[in-house]
Design a protein around this ligand. Structure first.
Ligand code: PML
Ligand code: MG
Length: 290
């Protein structure tokens, strides 16, 4: 484990800054991004997030978007340091191939799963088909197969960041994946890693709501994050996240989980390996071994 970035964990006053950006046109969400950074890195991150919001590819008519940028100090003592999940990538030439891999993983391909994989896959097909478009956040699936949507539109995983040198290294390494690399991958890896850093979630499946971004992922507790190229067909402006829980938790614990995911600041100070892409057979073999 490398030492935490001493510049990021600022000494003076013991604070980092949470910076969160959201770009939108009227009620239509375009783009969001965030980080947890030191005072020194704040200006550069704010500018990068502004650029991200202003150039969102979801803004098909190129109208001038509105942007909310929120910057808040976060006491160092509130920050939970964590480690990013290992990253795998499926080698796939088509949507059908990727979907069939996902179906196999969920249909007993990962023996440790408590949630019923077939039901989860059904809910995922609903997301792909666009039947849950009012959701902007994640939905929970319980071991009974029951689906719970916190706060009506789902829980938004937020308040996370990554030390700058890890971002750079991962972007460089992931460029060898057929799915490519970019800020979406880094952001999604942080979200999945934050979700799996809580004891109750055991699986997450995600597809982007960006019509041009066709790579999604599945994250599995105790295994890692598998990138899924072609999980969606280009041109569809909807997506979503399903989080499978390992136990039937009472409503009070569900809200504790939602608060953790949406509010508790988690800073990624270390990473796990990033593996080259592999075909479905090789990945299923790895998954069987757990
Ligand atoms: C999103 O756009 O909200 C989700 C992006 C998923 C990224 C998957 C990847 O590239 O590994
Ligand atoms: Mg998105």
């Amino acid at each position: 484990m490398t030492a935490p970035d001493t510049e990021s964990l600022s000494k003076k006053g013991g604070h980092l800054y949470s910076v969160r950006m959201r770009a939108f046109i009227n009620d239509h969400h375009l783009s969001g991004g965030e980080d947890l950074v030191s005072r020194n890195a704040l200006g550069e991150r704010v500018l990068a997030l502004l650029e991200q919001g202003l150039t969102s590819s979801k803004n098909s008519e190129s109208l001038p978007p509105s942007l909310n940028v929120r910057i808040e100090p976060v006491p160092e003592t509130d920050i939970v340091p964590s480690v990013l999940l290992p990253v795998y990538c499926l080698e796939s030439g088509s949507h059908e191939e990727t979907l069939s891999f996902l179906r196999m993983v969920l249909d007993a391909g990962f023996p440790r799963l408590t949630v019923p994989g077939k039901i989860l896959f059904g809910h995922f097909l609903d997301i792909l088909g666009g039947s849950d478009q009012r959701l902007s956040g994640a939905t929970f699936i319980l071991p009974s197969g029951k689906k719970i949507t916190p706060e009506q539109t789902g829980v938004r995983v937020s308040h996370f960041g990554i030390v700058p040198h890890l971002r750079q290294i991962l972007l460089k390494e992931a460029a060898t994946h057929p799915a490519g690399a970019g800020r979406r991958f880094i952001e999604a890896l942080q979200i999945a890693s934050k979700i799996m850093s809580h004891p109750v979630p055991e699986i997450e499946v995600c597809v982007s709501d960006n019509p041009e971004y066709t790579t999604g992922y599945i994250a599995l507790k105790g295994f890692g994050y598998i990138r899924l190229p072609h999980i969606k067909l280009a041109g569809k402006a909807w997506g979503g996240r399903l989080i499978g829980l390992s136990s039937e938790i009472p409503a009070s614990l569900q809200s504790e989980l939602s608060v953790y995911l949406s509010r508790v600041p988690v800073l990624f100070v270390d990473r796990s390996p990033l593996f080259p892409s592999e075909n479905a057979i090789a990945l299923l073999e790895r998954l069987k071994k757990g």
